[in-house]
Design a protein around this ligand. Structure first.
Ligand SMILES: NC(=O)c1ccc[n+]([C@@H]2O[C@H](COP(=O)([O-])OP(=O)(O)OC[C@H]3O[C@@H](n4cnc5c(N)ncnc54)[C@H](O)[C@@H]3O)[C@@H](O)[C@H]2O)c1
Ligand SMILES: N[C@@H](CC=O)C(=O)O
Length: 488
């Protein structure tokens, strides 16, 4: 890989401040999804090595938590600055392993860095409270303590920002961290480890383990020394991690799948609404938990919307993310198979295939943006998180019915509403059962935001003031027999 700083491309795990090969010498090939070329390999750690990463974190914890918040913040700020200084290399690594266009990868480096900056400061504000005493001669209050060793399983669609959103919060709270990145995208995580070391984050405080996901999660979730598990990925794996963590009652933060509705009101300009829906559907080639999964358009502008959406969709440039494109490859060929199956299912059940010419795909892992109209609740595109560049549209007329249809899913991550009618906006905002509702914009995320879902989209919040709470325990204290202390 051509980088300005070749030391950012690491193929070994990072445990206790050391670049670590698997004890059995096993490794795993990592492919560039655009070309299927092998980019490199990554160490497959053995069971005992995963346990050793917990021991390293345990030993590092005492020192890390003892630092003042300002000392921890200084290291986090240094880490943030290093991400910015190496932005271009980090973006290239991300595009090569994940496939997303370079411009999007640069955006993700900025997004990822912003969480480090945010939590460096947020750590300074994570204080307890004093409580007016109901007991005579006693002082009551709370202290905030770091929960302890925090494990993070992160996905391949956002290989850098999903790590920093979790890890920076935990580190700021005083917790040591063990990250298990997705097998498809380990190199962004390992580059983060290289930069964490350069930023002065001590050995054992930020570890990146690589290996078989099922074995790693089994070892880490069953280790009683691990106190918190955070995962971003599918609802299926999230449930598995919950089960594995139940025996030792760990704290859980889960950012799982979504099935976002995108509702367009009758007052919208069909062309403007189509451009916005297009961007909301095809971000990260549709492999985004925030991607608009079901597009509900008011019947009065439905056909015009479809026509404008198809026109704009055909202009999207699909290709290798290193080139000047809008949409890169899907993560692997299974995702292409899934996209084909979703479209077939929809058409078989009566949807109209408006556009999507797969013979134009520039490689095995590419899927050309596709639009299906007249979708119904029986179709897979309606029920499942499609995670592919397949846009699925239907018409609505009755406001209560469209809210009910939008809520007719086990997911509840994000919803979009496009209309300028303020009363309608209010009714949608209140009526939609989602953790996040975005009105007249598709840009809703960022460091200050409490990101997260309800129902089977997850537990807890990341980012914002809430993000650091996932890594803090509240310790109540009662300082009794203090005759000079009043009850107030
Ligand atoms: N909510 C989000 O932010 C978000 C982000 C990315 C992906 N996703 C979900 O991921 C799905 C697509 O990804 P996929 O097909 O790779 O899903 P998947 O469930 O097979 O895998 C998701 C991730 O979990 C890891 N994983 C698998 N088994 C694991 C285990 N036992 N322990 C720990 N980690 C394990 C994988 O390495 C991968 O990184 C989508 O349907 C979407 O719901 C959600
Ligand atoms: N796009 C999401 C991540 C989910 O895939 C985000 O911005 O956090």
């Amino acid at each position: 890989m051509q980088l300005n700083d070749p030391r950012l491309f690491r193929q070994l795990a990072y445990v206790n401040g050391m670049w670590t090969a698997g004890d059995q010498g096993r490794d795993l090939a990592v492919d560039d999804p655009a070309t299927n070329e092998v980019l490199g390999h990554v160490a497959l750690l053995e069971r005992d090595q995963i346990t050793a990463s917990v021991t390293a974190a345990e030993q590092a914890f005492a020192h890390w938590r003892s630092l003042s918040v300002n000392e921890r913040a200084a290291r986090l700020h240094a880490w943030h600055d290093l991400l910015q200084a190496h932005r271009e290399d980090l973006a290239v690594i991300m595009t090569r392993e994940q496939g997303k266009p370079l411009a999007d990868a640069r955006g993700e480096v900025d997004y990822g860095a912003s969480f480090i900056q945010w939590f460096a400061e947020e750590g300074k504000r994570a204080g307890g409270e004093t409580i007016p005493s109901h007991l005579p001669n006693a002082m009551l209050g709370t202290l905030r303590e770091p929960v302890g060793i925090s494990v993070m399983f992160t996905p391949w669609n956002f290989p850098l920002a999903m790590i920093t959103r979790k890890a920076a919060a935990a580190l700021a709270a005083g917790c040591p961290v063990i990250v298990k990145p997705a097998g498809e995208t380990p190199y962004s995580a390992l580059a983060l480890a290289e930069l964490a070391e350069r930023a002065g984050i001590p050995a054992g405080v930020f570890n990146v383990v690589t290996g078989d996901a099922e074995m790693v999660s089994e070892v880490l979730c069953n280790d009683t020394r691990v106190r918190s598990v955070s995962f971003t990925g599918s609802t299926r794996v999230g449930k598995l991690l919950m089960k594995q963590s139940a025996s030792s009652v760990k704290r859980m933060a889960l950012e799982l799948g979504g099935n976002a509705p995108f509702i367009v009101g009758p007052d919208m300009d069909p062309d403007e609404a189509a451009r916005e829906a297009l961007a909301a559907r095809f971000q990260t080639a549709g492999q985004d938990c925030l991607a608009a999964n079901r597009i509900f358009v008011h019947a009065s502008i439905y056909e015009q919307f479809i026509e404008r959406f198809a026109v704009h969709m055909k202009q999207l440039r699909v290709g290798n993310g290193l080139m000047d494109v809008d949409i890169g490859p899907l993560i692997h060929s299974r995702a292409v198979d899934m996209a084909c199956a979703l479209v077939d299912d929809a058409v078989h059940r009566g949807a109209r295939l408006i556009a999507g010419e797969q013979s134009m795909a520039p490689g095995a892992n590419f899927f050309m943006p596709t639009l299906v109209a007249d979708i119904t609740p029986e179709m897979r595109v309606f029920r499942e998180e499609t995670f592919t560049p397949v846009a699925a549209v239907c018409a609505w007329e009755d406001e209560e019915a469209v809210i009910a249809a939008a809520n007719d899913t086990e997911y509840g991550l994000a919803a979009y509403v496009y209309t300028h009618d303020v009363r309608r906006i209010y009714r949608f905002m209140r009526g939609l059962d989602y953790g996040m509702v975005s009105v007249n914009t598709i840009k809703m995320t960022g460091a200050p935001v409490p990101f997260g879902g309800i129902k089977q989209s997850g537990l807890g919040r990341e980012g914002g003031h809430a993000g650091i709470e996932e890594y803090l325990d509240t310790k109540y204290f009662c300082l009794g027999n203090m005759p000079s202390v009043s009850g107030s």
